[in-house]
Design a protein around this ligand. Structure first.
Ligand SMILES: [Zn+2]
Ligand SMILES: [Zn+2]
Length: 330
């Protein structure tokens, strides 16, 4: 699909849901094309990209650079395969290497780390098997390859036609980046800013310190960017960047208030707290007990991200009993 002259979007199918596609962007350059984000490591995703390129009379060999907004499997999964087919340079923020779930060799390693983290945050041994259910599937659609170029943020990635500034936007993942084109007033926003979905900001084994604090400040720093068109990695292209940022900031403030209401003088684990907070799934309020294994984990991660921010602000305090971490209000 053409977004503007020299810039196209390809919708890449999701192996687990037929609603949320990954948007890959294909951008013209003077001596080759730039691809932003690839999709999952599945044959269907690969075929969708091949067909999308064919529609604009390109093939993989026309791609000279692949920029990945962050290393989640829906963005990075196919990066290695596309590089093989295109000989393109693979570009990623260096923080995605430092952390990064996909790097783990086996599902067992992955499960072991998640299990330890869940126990530390209050999940009981009875609940563990169910909470760990969703991981093997995730591993199957990721593949880890090493990038060729590592970014820090503030670099310029120019195709000769489009001049992008790299903006480091940690939060949803520690090395998330957005690409800003000031002349054309476009922002490729990855998962940092989506038009309707609220990006998951969680404190898990791979998220770096205080991801919510990082997310909120990287959102605020973008409020004044001169942008007409936002090109997100999921859902649809939209206008009104500042308004969407405001909505996201308000959402997190509301969530913080929910957590503050649950917090009391009695110490609680993040798991206990997640149990007492309302969760929104597909626009409907859902009790923690009814969430899927994956959503439960995300709920615990999200609760932890809020708690960590409240900790740094001196609003809650924490202590450890045995191997388990508890929180309470000051
Ligand atoms: Zn993501
Ligand atoms: Zn994503």
């Amino acid at each position: 699909m053409k977004i503007m002259t020299g810039l196209y979007q390809i919708k890449v199918p999701n192996p687990t849901s037929d609603r949320v596609y990954l948007n890959s962007y294909i951008i013209q350059g003077e001596s080759g094309w730039l691809m932003v984000d690839t999709g999952w490591n599945t044959p269907e995703a690969f075929n969708a990209l091949a067909e999308g390129l064919q529609e604009i009379e390109l093939d993989f060999s026309d791609i000279k650079e692949i920029v990945i907004t962050h290393s989640h499997p829906d963005h990075y999964g196919l990066a290695g395969k596309i590089r093989e087919h295109s000989k393109a340079k693979l570009i990623l923020h260096k923080k995605e290497m430092q952390y990064g779930e996909p790097r783990l060799e086996t599902t067992d390693d992955l499960l072991h780390i998640i299990a330890k983290w869940l126990i530390k945050n209050g999940a009981s041994n009875d609940e563990l098997p169910q909470l760990l259910e969703a991981s093997p599937g995730l591993k199957a659609v990721s593949s880890f390859v090493l990038a060729d170029v590592f970014l820090n943020g503030n670099e310029n990635i120019s195709t000769g036609i489009f001049d992008f500034e790299v903006i480091w936007t940690p939060g949803h993942s520690p090395g998330h980046i957005c690409l800003y084109e000031p002349n054309k007033k476009i922002l490729i926003s990855g998962d940092h800013i989506l038009p309707h979905i609220t990006p998951n900001i969680g404190l898990g084994p791979w998220s770096g310190e205080n991801p919510l604090g990082a997310y909120l400040s990287s959102l605020k720093s973008m409020e004044h960017l001169d942008v007409d068109t936002v090109l997100p990695a999921h859902e649809w292209v939209f206008n009104g960047l500042a308004k969407r940022i405001e909505e996201l900031l308000q959402h997190h403030e509301k969530r913080t208030n929910n957590i503050m209401r649950v917090l009391g003088a009695e110490p609680m684990t993040a798991f206990d707290m997640a149990f007492h907070i309302p969760w929104m799934i597909d626009g409907r309020e859902t009790a923690f007990g009814y969430l899927s294994a994956m959503d439960k984990r995300m709920a615990i991660w999200e609760t932890l991200a809020h708690l960590e921010l409240l900790l740094t602000e001196g609003i809650v305090k924490t202590y450890t009993k045995g191997d388990i971490v508890f929180y309470k209000a000051w």
